[in-house]
Design a protein around this ligand. Structure first.
Ligand SMILES: C[S@@+](CC[C@H](N)C(=O)[O-])C[C@H]1O[C@@H](n2cnc3c(N)ncnc32)[C@H](O)[C@@H]1O
Length: 208
């Protein structure tokens, strides 16, 4: 947790309800340890979507479809495409997304993204953290001018601020890759990025 528990708890008390079917899915996903979006991040996305009213949305990392269905509940008129590669998750996602109008692409985003044309007004990047840099050139190409990319989990539970030597050996690669990725996001001409300590850290990037 990046922000202390009492602040997070207080902010949760201000959060909006979600539709009952989504609430059921949230409870089930948590019980089954599916890594779905955190509540404070939901509020953040809700704000951005209501403000931006994207017509097209691409999500990388469906899991069981919770965040895709949440985005659909906020902007039902948007066309949402979501990508997932793990069969165990896909099995649930197919059921949950059935009839929603959301397009589920089954496959590794590393291969799938190259075949997409876009443009997308809003891209939610919420997949393997170590691969964010590899997804990014396609995300940039697929993003409409003026569009937004929201990348989740960029602060790695706060460990992003540690020096390499303060990080467990097994987590060093992901730590190094995330730092490189955040540097790229904040130092690439034509992109404007703000990093905020919401959820597990979110980077919001705007293409000029
Ligand atoms: C944090 S979960 C997504 C949670 C979901 N966005 C939500 O909040 O409901 C990340 C998902 O990304 C998927 N994933 C990781 N790397 C991927 C890749 N290269 N291509 C497609 N899916 C990937 C994982 O299988 C996992 O289900």
């Amino acid at each position: 947790m990046i922000v202390n528990e009492s602040v997070t708890g207080y902010l949760a008390s201000l959060a909006h309800d979600i539709p009952p079917a989504l609430e059921k899915l949230r409870v089930k996903a948590r019980q089954e340890h599916v890594p779905i979006i955190r509540d404070d991040m939901l509020e953040f996305i809700r704000f951005v979507l209501l403000k931006e009213k994207p017509k097209t949305i691409l999500e990388i990392g469906t899991a069981v479809g919770f965040s895709a269905l949440f985005m659909h509940s906020v902007v039902p008129e948007a066309q949402i495409t979501t990508v997932e590669k793990v069969e165990m998750r896909l099995k649930e996602a197919r059921k949950n997304l059935d009839g929603s109008g959301i397009t589920l692409i089954e496959g590794d985003a590393l291969e799938v993204l190259g075949g997409l044309k876009g443009p997308y007004d809003f891209i939610f990047l919420d997949a393997a953290k170590g691969q964010y840099s590899s997804f990014f050139s396609d995300c940039r190409r697929l993003l409409a001018p003026g569009g937004l990319i929201l990348t989740d989990n960029v602060l790695l539970e706060g460990t992003i601020a540690e020096s390499r030597f303060g990080i467990e050996r097994r987590d060093r690669t992901i730590h190094e890759r995330m730092r490189e990725f955040l540097h790229e996001l904040t130092h690439t001409e034509g992109l404007v990025t703000v990093i905020v300590p919401v959820g597990d850290g979110a980077a919001l990037t705007y293409k000029q």
